[in-house]
Design a binder for this molecule. Structure first.
Ligand code: SAH
Length: 348
């Protein structure tokens, strides 16, 4: 089948690529910098008032430039957290969540439409992966949320739909674009990349020199249990995963963060906490922090959440074994639909 020729995606271009593109169009180089600055504000082409009309017409005709559309918006009455269902140009929908913390606003972004990883508890993966998002589609979520709220996004967590390290090149491009000083200028130190444990991706990220926080979804403390919950563990076991985490710290100096979702009767007992602490102490040669998450129940999985009191107890046991842990505050509990659930309902 002949592939439909795509127009150049200007929102995915680095400033130097945009300069070359603009020059090839017969325009002055400085126009590219004006354009990059407008794109970073999420402006429409009509709003780019300091660009000549001829250039704007050309951009409209010759390039791909579309923001995601807000298809659904759910605002928490408790803490103002906003959950967006955003629609992309081909009709695929993804989710982004805008959260207000004391230290600033954080946006949780998606990196793929669907997910191929097959984690047992997760809604995003139930229908598999449809496609990777482009860098501009990841960036578009940030621009769209800023425009919609009128507030600045100060930090980003890549914890929405998809596995970021399964879409490595586009994610790296996104990280460079969103942190560009001439653009949104969101500090890489305020960005977390969360992975289910793709070891070559972790190694590559360590080599990339981008000082983002690495968040690793652990969820179990032995290989049998982890492989059952997370098929990716059959490819890279816990020892290999934690060794890659040590490597990440060696390269970046960044503390590793582990996610551990508490599932009733599966991984949430006191003995599980002791075992988890044991594994961390055995393998990890750098400072770590464990984030305990209460499972968002996804009907299709049949798994149940552990109670908050149990989570506190689990954190205490970890603490008494010398492992830093906190129970993640649950923002937007009244608009609760854990990642992937809005998309799932929308697609039905
Ligand atoms: N693919 C990446 C990022 C997306 S998920 C990863 O696996 O890390 C972000 C976090 O939410 C992960 O720790 C994931 O395991 C967790 N998660 C997924 N479904 C969940 C659910 N139903 N309840 C609680 N946490 C969930």
């Amino acid at each position: 089948m002949e592939e439909k020729k795509r127009k150049p995606d200007i929102m995915s271009m680095y400033p130097d690529e945009l300069r070359k593109f603009i020059e090839d169009m017969g325009e002055k180089k400085f126009r590219a910098d004006q354009l990059f600055s407008w794109i970073s504000k999420g402006a429409s082409i009509d709003e780019m008032s300091n660009l000549p009309k001829s250039l704007r017409d050309m951009l409209k005709a010759e390039t791909e430039y579309r923001m995601p559309k807000v298809a659904e918006k759910h605002v928490s009455g408790i803490d103002g957290t906003i959950k967006y269902l955003m629609e992309l140009t081909d009709g695929e929908c993804i989710e982004s969540v805008f959260m207000r913390y004391e230290h600033g606003n954080t946006l949780c972004v998606s990196s793929q439409a669907g997910c191929a990883m097959g984690c047992r508890f997760c809604a995003s993966t139930l229908k598999g992966r449809v496609r990777n998002l482009t860098a501009s589609e990841i960036l578009g979520q940030v621009l769209c949320a800023q425009r919609d709220t009128g507030e600045r996004v100060d930090g980003i967590v890549m914890m929405g739909i998809g596995e970021p390290l399964d879409n490595y090149d586009n994610v790296i491009r996104f990280l460079k674009l969103v942190s560009d000083p001439a653009g949104l200028c969101i500090g890489l130190r305020h960005i977390s990349v969360s992975t289910c444990g793709i070891v070559p991706g972790i190694n590559a990220l360590a080599e990339s020199g981008l000082p983002v926080t690495l968040s690793v979804s652990l969820h179990a403390s032995d290989d049998t249990a982890r492989s059952e919950l997370m098929p990716v563990n059959r490819k890279w076991c816990i020892a290999e995963l934690l060794s890659a985490c040590n490597g990440y710290f060696e390269k970046t100096g960044r503390r590793i963060s582990f996610e551990y979702t508490l599932i009733a009767g599966r991984n949430d007992g006191e003995n599980d906490a002791v075992k988890l602490a044991g594994v961390i102490k055995k393998y990890m040669k750098c400072p770590v922090h464990v984030n305990l998450i209460l499972l968002n129940e996804v009907r299709e999985t049949g798994l149940a959440s552990s109670g908050r009191n149990n989570a506190k107890k689990f954190a205490e046991v970890l603490g008494s074994c010398g492992v830093n842990a906190t129970v993640r505050r649950r923002l937007g509990s009244d608009i609760d639909a854990s990642c992937g659930q809005l998309r799932l309902r929308h697609n039905k």
